[in-house]
Design a protein around this ligand. Structure first.
Ligand SMILES: [Zn+2]
Length: 61
């Protein structure tokens, strides 16, 4: 199994450039950088098209 190199699902910076946080969603693993972590929490609509299923996420105020 060849894992693609970890990179932020939003800005695509790799783990060589920035610390990445691994997230698990629907049996898949993704990575997100600290700068874009707030999108996942507060504005998941921004991730539609990048994170499959993001449209199902509810933003936290
Ligand atoms: Zn990022």
């Amino acid at each position: 199994m060849s894992d693609p190199k970890a990179k932020c699902l939003y800005c695509e910076q790799t783990m060589d450039e920035i610390p990445l946080v691994a997230i698990h969603y629907r049996d898949q693993q993704y990575w997100i950088c600290p700068s874009h972590m707030p999108l996942l929490i507060h504005n998941p609509a921004e991730l539609v098209g990048r994170l499959p299923g993001a449209e199902k996420l509810t933003p936290h105020p």
